[in-house]
Write a protein of this length. Structure first.
Length: 178
């Protein structure tokens, strides 16, 4: 199945490819300080091409097993963001977690809002999922706006949910019934 879709005039949402390692390393390096408050502390190797080759391999294994759909936001030969449907559970649940980030330079242009909208369509139509869930740091209002614009509803607070920026932090939980 081809999950690729055009998000804007020059940005495409598509599954991550092995050839993306260099562009991902460059994107993570360029956005390291921008992403630091929102992500786990990463080892130095994560920011290298080799580190991204290994990360892409793991993501492709999850894609092949049907447990995740890792996607990049690509602009020409560069990566401006990442969006993943992860922890896909079938059976009675039909659920996935939604996670994403966008480069500092691409913020505020509606790209991630459109990408999340496209991911909702893929989750419902192509994957046949019933529900998506997402978690944001309590103070991440930009991410909360992206979710709310796409029909997600806040349904609770998870205390000390994820270790972000070296600290266990509370997250606001969101869901979207498809």
């Amino acid at each position: 199945m081809d999950f690729s879709c055009e998000i804007s005039e020059d940005v495409v949402l598509r599954p991550v490819q092995p050839t993306d390692a260099g562009a991902l390393a460059a994107a993570f390096q360029a956005n390291r300080s921008h992403l630091a408050p929102w992500e786990p502390v990463r080892p130095a190797e994560f920011y290298t091409v080799q580190g991204q080759k290994e990360a892409v391999e793991r993501r492709r294994e999850e894609l092949d097993s049907g447990t995740a759909l890792p996607m990049v936001l690509a602009r020409n030969d560069s990566i401006v963001g990442l969006l993943t449907l992860s922890s896909i559970v079938r059976g009675a649940f039909q659920n996935a977690h939604l996670g994403y980030w966008i480069s500092h330079a691409s913020q505020g242009a509606g790209i991630m809002t459109a990408a999340v909208g496209a991911a909702i369509n893929i989750a419902a139509v192509d994957l046949g999922l019933h529900r998506l869930e997402a978690a944001t740091l309590v103070h991440n209002t930009a991410s909360q706006r992206v979710l709310e614009k796409n029909g997600f509803e806040a349904y609770g607070m998870a205390r000390a949910y994820l270790r972000i920026a070296g600290q266990w932090q509370d997250h606001r939980m969101y869901q979207r019934i498809l």
